[in-house]
Ligand binder design. Structure first.
Ligand code: ATP
Length: 613
C-alpha cells in the first residue's frame, strides 16, 4: 500500500506546541523521541498484563548514530503502530495517541505514560529535514509500515519488511550536523534526561559500543535500610560534582501524591562555600529541570537533591507548569510536602539527636534561618529550634537562654561581633551575665522576625544602655564631685564629645573606667542605613549624627578618681583623651584621623612610664 499526503494539524494544541518550542534547546529531541519509545514499551507492558498471548520481551531502547549513512535511529521494542495509527497519531500533528490510549484502555498507564500534547515527535525536525518511521504493531497479522516525511510537511507511507514488533524513528542528518561529529553530546543528552529511566537505554556510536546509558536502580530509590552510607556518599559526590561528602541526607516517599526523592545537606565549610545547591526534578524518571520554583521551596534550593514526581506534566519550560489549575494544585501540594519533609527531619534531629544537630549547625545555620524567614510551614516549627552560641561557647535556643536566667525578664542580650565587642563580652562575663552571638548576616533579619512573632521579647546588643549593668547609682553627696568630674572631662575632650551624652556614675565593677554605650533603637537605625547604602560605613560623622551614644564614666575606678583629684591639667588631658580613644576603639569607632594622636599619646605615656622606673 502506498500513500502520499500533507500533514494536518489539530489546532487546539498548537499554542502549547509553539510555547514549548519557543524555549527549547535542540537536545529536547532526544527527550521527546526517547519518551515516545519508553511510552510505547510501557503501553505494551500494560496490555500484556491483561492479554497473556502477547509475547514478552524485556523493554529496551537503542539510540544508534551511523556516521557513514548520516542516520540517527531511535529504536524501541514497544507497542508499534499499524498504518491507521500512523495516519492518526503521526499525520495529524498535535493529536496525542498517549491521551487516546489512556482513555481507550480505562486509564491503564495513566501514571506511567508521559505523552501529553501530541507534539513531541515533531521536534525531530529541529535536527533533520528528513524523518522516517519504520514500525510494526503488536497486533496479530499487522503489516509493518514505513513513513517518510520532509520538513515541508509532505509525507509518504508504504508497507515495509520489518519483522519485529516496535518502532525505529530515523533522522537523516545533514552532513554539517554537530551530532555527527560529536556523539558525546548525544550520550550526555540521553544521560541528562534519562539517567533514572527504569527501562534500559543503550547507545551505539563511534566510541560507544552498545553502552547502557541509564541507571535503572539508583541508590535513592532503594529501601533506606539497604543503603550503604559510603555508596550514598559516592553517588552524591559523582552526581552533584562535589568534592565533599554530604553532611547527611533525607530520603522520602509521599505515596499519595507520587513524590519520592532524596535531599542531601551540603557541607558548605561552615557557610563559607557557595550557598546555592541544585535540586533536580524528574517526572517518572525523565529529567524536567533544576530548582523549579513552582514545586521546590526556595530555601530547599540551598541544598542538593533529586525529586521525582509521578504526576507532573513533562514540560519544556517552567512557565508552562502553571498553565492549568490542576497542575497548579499539584505543584502546591508537592511544595508543601517538601517543606514538611525537611521540617520533620530537622525537628527530629533537634529533638532526638541534639549533639548531631549542634555539630552540623555551622553548616545548617544560614539554611535553617533562611527557611524560617521564607517558609511558613518550616517557620512554624523551626523558629524555636534555631540555636545560637552564647558567650561561653554553648549552643542555646532563644527560649533556653531566657529560661536559664529569669533576671533577663524577656530580654535577649546579644553580641553581633565577638571581636568588636570583646570588651563588653568581658564585662558581661565579669558580671556573671550571658549573651547570645548574633554574628551572621542573616541574624539581624531573623531577630526582627522573631520580635514580630514574639512581641514580648526584646533584643538588646551588649554595648547598649543596659540598665541593670550601666545605670549605676550616685548618692546625693556624690553630685558635686560628679559635676566637677564631668566639667574636667568636657574641658579635656573639647568638641570631641560631639553629640555624645556624658554620664558620670558609680558602677559596681570598679575595673571599668569608661565605656561608650549605644541606644539600641538608634543604633539599629544606623545599621539599616548602612546596609541600604544611605550611610557609608567609613563616614563616622554621619554615623555619629544618627546614633545616640553615651560616654559613661565610672567614679569607682581608680583612674577616674585620679582625674577627679588631680589638678594637673595636661595629665588630665592625656588620660581623659586616652580613655576616650580606648572606649571608641572597643566599639571600632575611633576615627582614622584620631589614630595618629592616639599613637603619639600612647608613646608619650610609655616614655613617661620608663622615665619613672
Ligand atoms: N515510538 C513510538 N511507538 C509507538 N507509537 C508512537 C511512537 N512515537 C510516537 N508514537 C505515537 O504518536 C503519538 C504522537 O507522539 P508525540 O510525541 O507527537 O505526542 P505525545 O507523545 O502523545 O505527547 P507529547 O507532545 O507530550 O510528546 C503518540 O502519542 C503515540 O501514539
Amino acid at each position: 500500500m502506498n500513500r502520499n499526503g500533507v500533514l494536518s494539524i489539530e489546532s487546539k494544541n498548537i499554542f502549547t506546541i509553539l510555547k514549548q518550542w519557543l524555549y527549547t534547546k535542540q537536545d529536547i529531541v532526544f527527550r521527546e523521541l526517547i519518551s515516545n519509545a519508553l511510552d510505547a514499551i510501557e503501553k505494551l507492558t500494560q496490555l500484556r498484563n491483561t492479554d497473556e498471548s502477547i509475547a514478552w520481551a524485556e523493554g529496551k531502547v537503542l539510540v544508534r548514530l551511523e556516521p557513514e549513512s548520516k542516520k540517527l535511529i531511535i529504536s524501541d521494542n514497544g507497542i508499534g503502530m499499524d498504518i491507521e495509527e500512523v495516519d492518526k497519531y503521526i499525520n495529524q500533528i498535535a493529536f496525542s495517541g498517549a491521551t487516546e490510549f489512556i482513555n481507550q484502555h480505562n486509564q491503564a498507564g495513566k501514571d506511567t505514560i508521559i505523552g501529553h500534547f501530541g507534539v513531541g515527535f515533531y521536534s525531530a525536525f529541529m535536527l533533520s529535514d528528513h524523518v522516517a518511521i519504520e514500525t510494526k504493531s503488536y497486533k496479530k497479522n499487522s503489516t509493518a509500515v514505513r513513513w517518510n516525511c520532509m520538513s515541508d510537511m509532505s509525507f509518504s507511507m508504504c508497507d515495509c519488511d520489518r519483522t519485529e514488533v516496535g518502532t525505529d524513528v530515523i533522522l537523516y542528518l545533514d552532513e554539517n550536523n554537530l551530532y555527527l561529529k560529536k556523539p558525546d553530546l548525544i550520550y550526555e543528552s540521553i544521560k541528562k534526561y534519562f539517567i533514572f529511566s527504569k527501562t534500559a537505554i543503550y547507545f551505539e556510536a563511534p566510541g560507544y559500543d552498545h553502552v547502557l546509558v541509564n541507571n535503572p536502580y539508583p541508590l535513592w530509590r532503594q529501601p533506606k535500610e539497604s543503603i550503604n552510607p559510603t555508596d550514598m556518599n559516592t553517588f552524591y559526590r559523582e552526581f552533584f560534582d562535589d568534592v565533599c561528602d554530604p553532611l547527611f541526607w533525607i530520603q522520602f516517599e509521599i505515596i499519595d501524591i507520587g513524590v519520592r526523592g532524596i535531599l542531601f545537606f551540603r557541607d558548605t565549610k561552615n557557610g563559607t562555600e557557595e550557598i546555592d545547591g541544585k535540586i533536580k526534578v524528574y517526572n517518572r524518571g525523565v529529567y524536567v529541570g533544576d530548582n523549579i520554583r513552582e514545586i521546590i521551596p526556595k530555601f530547599v534550593n540551598l541544598q542538593s537533591g533529586i525529586i521525582e514526581c509521578d504526576y507532573l506534566p513533562l514540560v519544556v519550560s517552567r512557565s508552562t507548569i502553571r498553565e492549568d489549575k490542576q497542575n497548579d494544585d499539584m505543584c502546591e501540594l508537592i511544595y508543601e510536602c517538601l517543606s514538611q519533609e525537611v521540617t520533620i527531619a530537622l525537628n527530629d534531629m533537634f529533638q532526638k539527636r541534639r549533639e548531631a544537630y549542634e555539630a552540623h549547625w555551622p553548616n545548617l545555620n544560614a539554611f535553617v534561618k533562611y527557611g524560617v524567614l521564607q517558609d511558613k510551614i518550616f517557620a512554624s516549627v523551626m523558629m524555636r529550634k534555631v540555636v545560637f552560641k552564647d558567650i561561653y561557647g554553648r549552643y542555646q535556643t532563644i527560649q533556653e537562654y531566657l529560661d536559664a536566667d529569669n533576671s533577663h525578664s524577656n530580654t535577649v542580650y546579644y553580641a553581633s561581633d565577638e571581636i568588636d565587642q570583646a570588651h563588653y563580652i568581658e564585662i558581661f562575663k565579669k558580671c556573671g551575665l550571658n549573651a547570645l552571638l548574633f554574628d551572621h548576616v542573616i541574624d539581624q533579619p531573623f531577630m526582627r522576625r522573631y520580635e514580630v512573632v514574639h512581641p514580648n521579647i526584646k533584643f538588646i546588643r551588649i554595648d547598649s544602655n543596659i540598665k541593670s549593668l550601666f545605670d549605676g547609682c550616685l548618692e546625693e553627696n556624690d553630685k558635686p564631685k560628679a559635676d566637677m568630674l564631668a566639667e574636667k572631662i568636657r574641658k579635656a575632650l573639647g568638641d570631641r564629645l560631639g553629640t555624645m551624652e556624658l554620664k558620670v556614675t558609680r558602677l559596681e565593677h570598679d575595673s571599668i573606667s569608661t565605656l561608650i554605650i549605644n541606644d539600641e533603637i538608634s543604633r539599629r537605625m544606623v545599621d539599616m542605613l548602612e546596609i541600604y547604602g544611605f550611610i557609608n560605613p567609613t563616614d563616622f560623622s554621619a554615623k555619629e549624627k544618627q546614633a545616640k551614644r553615651t560616654f559613661l564614666v565610672n567614679m569607682n575606678n581608680e583612674i577616674v578618681r585620679f582625674i577627679l583629684e588631680s589638678a594637673h591639667e595636661s595629665v588630665i588631658n592625656t588620660i581623659v583623651n586616652q580613655l576616650f580613644d580606648l572606649s571608641l576603639m572597643s566599639q571600632q569607632s575611633l576615627r582614622p584621623e584620631d589614630v595618629e594622636q592616639f599613637i603619639i599619646r600612647s608613646e608619650a605615656i610609655l616614655a613617661s612610664y620608663i622615665h619613672n622606673q
